[in-house]
Write a protein that binds this ligand. Structure first.
Ligand code: AMP
Length: 402
């Protein structure tokens, strides 16, 4: 059975075509800069042996519908494709950023669901409208396929009230739905389940702190396999310091910017979402470049790294207190999987939590799941590569599979 996974952003569409139940990736790719003259298509045909053939195309792609049509024609290409007709695709799994309180599991999309999702867009105006555009276009193109929404927020719906409510009058929650939701749920769920199964611990007995460090960064406290707290809030702006987002700040900073510097709401939005975090402190949001500058003694890079790590460590402490017993600390995503330096700094002097890194294992370059704690340490420290597309396709398959 062929299932397509789509992740539609404001100017990009990422895709992967899977064969289930084998979990084989047949094709994958991304279209970037949709709507610009210099749109770019990167398409991969995956061979049986794990290698792939790559095709790069530069041509203007004016909108998401044209982008998706291009994806379909690449899927049917005699040399780079894997299907003869779009009808072979049985289901399309869509990453949807915000599912609000309404959607706590993957959901088959129909007209009523679509209307509810449109209503939720006010909670994630930067993300949901683009996800919905992808659903609308895919519904037109893959007429016979089931369309399934998989939400970034779902995994966090098990948080208790005392974790997700804001300490402001209840009417703002009851009338406007304002509360913490959390994001990156697909990733936190995937890596915690992978780690539990790798360790042979039943998921409902597994307590872990998952640390997702990519361009966006978030953490989750997971007790018995269920999320009990997470660092992002109403939107993905809260929590850890990120590539371009501030993460947690004193809310009065916003009042100050508006009242004393006469900044508009959209200027403050831009400042906190696009011009803060690592970028705000160093001018660069790519941690690889900042680490190179750090090694040369660049003081802005030093401060940025200290702040980035300090904030992760504060959450580790808070979540350890919430969980009581900690089985594993899990690092994932671009930074978490690849930067031994950041992992080392996060774990420094965490003996109080039973965390002790093995320097050799931490620095060793390997792929796949790995334990990197020193022998005899009571808490495992793990690198678990995230794979949101695989988690989405598994969830779609569970929903619609025979
Ligand atoms: P993601 O959003 O998960 O794709 O992660 C992207 C981020 O991972 C980039 O902004 C890079 O800063 C970071 N990254 C990737 N490789 C490394 C590395 N070897 N060391 C440090 N950061 C890395």
């Amino acid at each position: 059975m062929k299932i397509l996974v789509l992740n539609s952003g404001s100017s990009s569409i990422k895709y992967q075509l899977f064969e289930k139940p084998e979990n084989k990736v047949l094709l994958s790719g991304i279209i970037e800069r949709i709507g610009e003259e210099n749109s770019q298509v990167s398409h991969k045909f995956h061979n049986e042996d794990g290698t792939y053939k790559k095709l790069e195309i530069q041509e203007p792609i004016s909108d998401h519908e044209k982008g998706l049509k291009q994806i379909v024609s690449l899927q049917m290409d005699p040399e780079y494709g894997a299907i003869d007709s779009a009808d072979e695709i049985v289901a399309v799994g869509h990453r949807v950023v915000h599912g609000g309180e309404e959607f706590s599991t993957p959901t088959l999309i129909n007209e009523a669901v679509l209307q509810k999702l449109h209503k939720l867009s006010y909670l994630a105006p930067l993300h949901n409208p683009h996800n919905l555009k992808g659903i609308e276009v895919a519904t037109k193109i893959f007429k016979g396929a089931s369309q399934v929404a998989v939400f970034d927020t779902s995994f966090h719906q098990t948080m208790p009230k005392h974790a997700y409510r804001f300490p402001i009058p209840e009417s703002f929650y009851l009338e406007h739905g304002l509360r913490a939701f959390g994001f990156h749920g697909t990733s936190h769920q995937f890596v915690s389940q992978q780690a539990a199964s790798y360790l042979g611990i039943p998921i409902d007995h597994f307590n872990t702190i998952t640390i997702h460090l990519g361009n966006g960064c978030s953490m989750a406290a997971i007790q018995g396999g269920k999320c009990v707290d997470t660092s992002m809030g109403l939107t993905p702006l809260g929590g850890l310091m990120m590539g371009t987002r501030s993460g947690d700040i004193d809310p009065s900073l916003i009042l100050f910017l508006a009242q004393n510097l006469s900044m508009s709401v959209s200027e403050i939005d831009r400042l906190l979402n696009k011009e803060s975090g690592l970028k705000g402190l160093t001018g660069d949001n790519d941690l690889r470049n900042i680490l190179l500058r750090y090694e040369k003694g660049d003081s802005a890079a030093e401060l940025a790294i200290e702040m980035y790590v300090y904030r992760i460590r504060k959450y580790v402490g808070a979540y350890a207190a919430i969980l009581g017993r900690l089985d594993a600390l899990i690092f994932t995503a671009g930074v978490g999987e690849n930067s031994s330096f950041i992992r080392e700094k996060v774990c420094e002097n965490l003996n109080i939590l039973g965390v002790e890194l093995d320097e050799g294992l931490n620095n060793e370059k390997t792929s796949g799941i790995k334990e990197i704690q020193s022998q005899g340490a009571s808490t495992r420290v793990m690198i678990v590569p995230t794979n949101e597309e695989l988690q989405i396709v598994n969830q779609v398959f569970d929903l619609i599979g025979d």
